[in-house]
Write a protein that binds this ligand. Sequence first.
Ligand code: NAP
Length: 254
Amino acid sequence: MTTTVAIIGATGKMGRLVSDLIARTEGFEVVARLDSHSELSEMLRAQIAVDLTRPDVSRNVVDFATEHGLQVLVGTSGWTQDGIDSLARRLAGREDTGVIIIPNFSIGSVLATAFAALAARFYDSIEIVEAHQPSKVDSPSGTAVRTAELIGRARAELGPVSAPHTDQRARGQQVASVPVHSLRLSGLLARQDVLLGGTGETLTISHNTLSPSAYESGILLALDAARTARGVSVGLDQIVDLGFTTAASEGASK
Ligand SMILES: NC(=O)c1ccc[n+]([C@@H]2O[C@H](COP(=O)([O-])OP(=O)(O)OC[C@H]3O[C@@H](n4cnc5c(N)ncnc54)[C@H](OP(=O)(O)O)[C@@H]3O)[C@@H](O)[C@H]2O)c1
């Protein structure tokens, strides 16, 4: 049976990527393509709404879709833990809808985030440097926010990371106590380094997205999972078995 999909943000880079991917994939069909000039009601002919818009638009799209009983897959970055928690409260007990939020569809990025959370208990000094193309409107990136939050969760019993002088702007923005530094550079697609400092050593966990095709397998896995999702799930690691769990990844589904 074919699952029908509405893409919100269909004229954007990610929207076009997902649209082309679905056209090459059996079992899914795009029946609605929405952009900033569309009425949200245009999505109602689909079973799954895929949101690939902007952080200031995404919540409204998700609220509309879930109010009307659509399944939702969110690829838009910028969702905060507060926003996720409030959405989870709103959907609690609903058996007719579910939302999957994927801050990064790349499996390498998900692994890098999981590795960082795994290492976080062993280093008190941790900072994140993320770099994207200049057209990215939100900073820090959703992946950096998610990575910092999972590091914070992994260190729940140890407390905040050691981050001196964060009152100075050049020291970045703190997320879950972790300083995050955002670069916006022409020529780049997406890169993230998590730097962990210990006694006489540093560890760097680095991920580099070289082409948007890196997102394709994650998008297909997430679309498949979105068919039957309930509640709110965050992150590809909730869908893919990474072969290990971190204290941080437990309980990420709400
Ligand atoms: N999860 C991941 O792995 C991943 C990877 C890359 C990017 N992203 C995120 O995905 C999102 C989209 O990225 P992008 O590079 O495709 O952005 P983009 O090229 O700027 O496209 C944005 C899309 O959103 C639409 N839009 C803007 N306001 C809207 C509204 N009020 N209602 C409906 N549609 C609206 C735009 O329509 P118009 O053409 O009419 O303006 C356009 O189709 C961003 O948040 C980005 O950070 C996620």
